[in-house]
Design a protein around this ligand. Structure first.
Ligand code: CMP
Length: 154
């Protein structure tokens, strides 16, 4: 099973969308293995968005990401990276598919409510940046036999 990182960004925090956003991942059948509320430091953001360094929106993006606390989560599931990205929708929220989180709640390219790891490699890097091993939980998900077939669970 893959693990992938989701951040509820400051705009979603301020707009009171935390519960609805978490519900989307729960309803899909993903398993929550870590969650915490935190402020992102400048150092973490430099690392997190290293691939965007030098782009015109980089500094404003960091200011935005530090404008309120965020919720960081680690979700687990079969091909979870791709499944979670689909639930979030494309970066530009006003162009995102109806039914996705950004498609249903957002209009902005920067204030796009959520972050999701874009690959398994990034998920690993982001997980290590945010969570210590003691904050990640291993447990039986009671609904797994109803969510996955036997072969998929092997
Ligand atoms: P995300 O895909 O989670 O990670 C990079 C973030 O940068 C993206 O969400 C947006 O919040 C922001 N972003 C991407 N492109 C732009 C842009 N053209 N202008 C402003 N912000 C952007």
């Amino acid at each position: 099973m893959e693990q992938t990182v989701v951040l509820v960004k400051p705009d979603a925090m301020q707009r009171g969308l935390v519960g609805q956003i978490i519900s989307r991942f729960e309803q899909k059948g993903l398993k929550l293995v870590a969650i915490k509320m935190m402020e992102l430091s400048d150092e973490v953001l430099d690392e997190w968005y290293a691939h965007h360094k030098g782009k015109p929106f980089f500094e404003n993006l960091k200011i935005f990401m530090r404008s309120a606390p965020i919720i960081a989560m680690l979700w687990e599931g079969l091909e979870a990276v791709e499944a979670v990205r689909k639930l979030c929708g494309v970066t530009k929220a006003r162009a995102a598919e109806a039914g996705s989180i950004r498609g249903d709640f957002g209009m902005s390219q920067q204030l796009n409510l959520v972050h999701a790891s874009d690959s398994l490699e990034m998920a690993k890097k982001e997980k290590d940046l945010i969570f210590s091993p003691g904050e990640i939980f291993s447990y039986e998900h009671g609904a797994h036999p109803l969510i996955y077939s036997e072969e998929e669970r092997e």
